[in-house]
Design a binder for this molecule. Structure first.
Ligand code: SAH
Length: 252
């Protein structure tokens, strides 16, 4: 009787042990699957990103190593909505909501290269949008100040930009720059006004460079480089026929 009781006890304990082992094995399988899935995703976007840099950026003549290396690194897919992640590295602008767009990768590269960055600069960006251009700049320079007029986009970009501690954001009309932190070594404007805003010229430091598209909505805008040299303001054309969203003048 006693022996039979012991035998039952052993069988019971063994059953529990086997169930436990099976459960643990299953758990680790699930987590292995997750790791594998995440690694696959990472590999996929790294490949997309490298193709983007090789075929859209280097192939079109961008040579600045800092720009190339940074665009290989910053995860552009994290700056767009879930449904657009797989299109994030395509050769075109993408919607970021509120009628606004994240610029085509080549335009981001061209504007960043045109700023002639050395790494020590304090840069002002007008038009935070998704935050992607600000993130690219933050990897290259010392401090980035970025201004967005649409509150929803300002709040949304704050989330992803919290990973970039040298970026400071604000929700106001960027036509007036950001006086509190002026002057800036570089200014980049990612929405097109119909003239170069005087407050931005004033907030550009001596020896500074501003890159800005100017023109009516559509493909008739010109991308300008504005330099402050020996007290003079020199404006040169970077390229014709760019299309940016308009620089608007009211807080939405
Ligand atoms: N640099 C952005 C591109 C954004 S598109 C990116 O990397 O995603 C241009 C942005 O400029 C839009 O989000 C638009 O709302 C913003 N904008 C338009 N007029 C503005 C103004 N007066 N001041 C600040 N931002 C403005």
């Amino acid at each position: 009787m006693f022996k039979k009781f012991r035998k039952n006890q052993i069988i019971f304990a063994a059953t529990i042990l086997i169930t436990l082992v099976a459960f643990l094995a299953n758990l680790s399988l699930i987590s292995c699957n997750n790791i594998e899935k995440n690694t696959d995703e990472t590999d996929k976007y790294t490949e997309f990103r490298n193709n983007m840099v090789d075929y859209q950026i280097i192939a079109r003549g961008i040579t600045d190593k800092k720009v190339i290396d940074t665009m290989r690194k910053v995860p552009r897919h994290e700056f767009v909505d879930q449904s657009l992640k797989d299109s994030a590295y395509a050769d075109r602008p993408l919607s970021i909501g509120m009628g606004q767009t994240i610029s085509q990768p080549y335009i981001v590269a061209l504007m960043t290269e045109s700023l002639e960055l050395t790494g020590d600069e304090r840069v002002l960006e007008i038009g935070t949008g998704s935050g992607y251009q600000a993130a690219i700049l933050s990897e290259i320079v010392k401090e980035v100040y970025t201004v967005e007029i649409i509150t929803v986009l300002h709040q949304k970009s704050n989330i992803v930009l919290s990973e970039y501690p040298n970026v400071k954001t604000s929700n106001h009309d960027g036509y007036y720059g950001w006086k509190e932190y002026a002057p800036f070594d570089r200014i980049i404007v990612t929405a097109a006004p119909d003239h170069i805003p005087q407050p931005l010229v004033e907030q550009l430091a001596a020896g500074g460079i501003m890159v800005i598209p100017v023109g009516p909505p559509g493909w008739n805008q010109v991308l300008w480089k504005v330099e402050k040299k020996d007290g003079e303001v020199i404006t040169t054309r970077i390229t014709d026929y760019v299309a940016f969203v308009p620089l608007t003048r009211e807080i939405k």
